[in-house]
Design a protein around this ligand. Sequence first.
Ligand SMILES: Cc1cc2nc3c(=O)[nH]c(=O)nc-3n(C[C@H](O)[C@H](O)[C@H](O)COP(=O)(O)OP(=O)(O)OC[C@H]3O[C@@H](n4cnc5c(N)ncnc54)[C@H](O)[C@@H]3O)c2cc1C
Length: 373
Amino acid sequence: MNRSADVAVVGAGIVGLAHAYMALRKGYKVVLFERDEWAVGASIRNFGLVWPVGQEPGTGFTYALRSRQHWTELAAAAGFWINPSGSLHLAYHADEEAVLQEFLELYKYSDYQVSWFSGEQAVEKSGVINPDGLRGALWSATECTVNPRQAIRKIPEYLAEKFGLITRWGHVVKGIALPVIETASEQWQVQKVFVCSGADFETLYPDHFKRQDLTKCKLQMMKAVPRQPVVLGPALCAGLTLRHYAAFAGCPSLKLLDARYDQQSSFWKENGIHVLLSQNDQGELIIGDSHHYARTHDPFLSEAVDQRILAYLNSFVKLDFQVTERWHGVYPKMAGHLSFVQEVEEDVVIVNALGGAGMTLSFGLAEENLERF
Ligand SMILES: Cc1cc2nc3c(=O)[nH]c(=O)nc-3n(C[C@H](O)[C@H](O)[C@H](O)COP(=O)(O)OP(=O)(O)OC[C@H]3O[C@@H](n4cnc5c(N)ncnc54)[C@H](O)[C@@H]3O)c2cc1C
């Protein structure tokens, strides 16, 4: 094997795959290194939601819409499932309705594709919604769902077949001194490297990850099988989600909502709980999540957290299901930033810390990085 390429990518999660895709589209010869036999990090542990509506107008939202376009094209070309499901933010309380109405007013001239739905319209979109006390909902047309377990395996297969991506599975990159990039058993000559190593801060350039503003977030997730077949339609969420995403930060009534939830129970905020529900191509329900921040996390799942997630879910859906899987995922997060992008030496660029929006932002960010570096 001729061990040379124009571009090397470290990590076959969505960030690495997006950078490989953009480099291949530019005609570069690309080699992709992944320490595991297939990627098993954050990118296969998520909801599979491409979620532009959570991004504030500006760079994040622009990346999100670009990503959505790329996801749609790639799914068609590579043959994996994508559902342009849209999303509903459900309002059961006056302050939730107020936040959503303020959001609509604040951004009426933006590119969000949002509108107000009455309770009846919302229930028409998704028959599983609990209609009791429902005041209405924010409908957004831009959200998509993929099955990450399928997509993250299909993308590199397709890139290898269509563009000649070279994949080195089971190869941990342990050193970079350009033009040489080195794994435990191979040396490659390359001109440029994108280091997309996710939650591994320890192997490559550890000093650059020693920053106060960079941390790791652990999330608890569940998969469930409905006892009767259901079609969810849009991805669903409710009031707790409004205090999670930056897009709602400018809504004046958010303070009231925040205070009310805290008064009801401090458990939600202490455990970073907000609840999203998506459905994959198998009809399975993906439920989560919680958010705990630390540099090192214990590997244990809290049953109390799962129970609170399920209780909140059951406040806004009427569904009979059985939980069949539980897991956690970890993603890096940089306070106040969409991502951590740094050229740590000439032609070696770290791309990390896309936080809870890696599926939403990666293709847009990668497109820009291929122009920038
Ligand atoms: C539970 C959960 C739910 C989420 N839900 C959503 C969602 O619905 N929508 C959304 O947009 N985002 C979501 N996110 C965020 C999103 O999943 C992450 O932002 C994204 O997956 C990060 O991708 P990554 O490629 O940086 O990391 P990873 O997917 O972790 O990939 C990094 C890869 O690098 C490899 N690697 C590391 N070091 C080396 C080395 N030295 N040599 C070779 N290989 C190496 C690792 O083995 C790993 O496969 C969620 C995250 C979690 C955890």
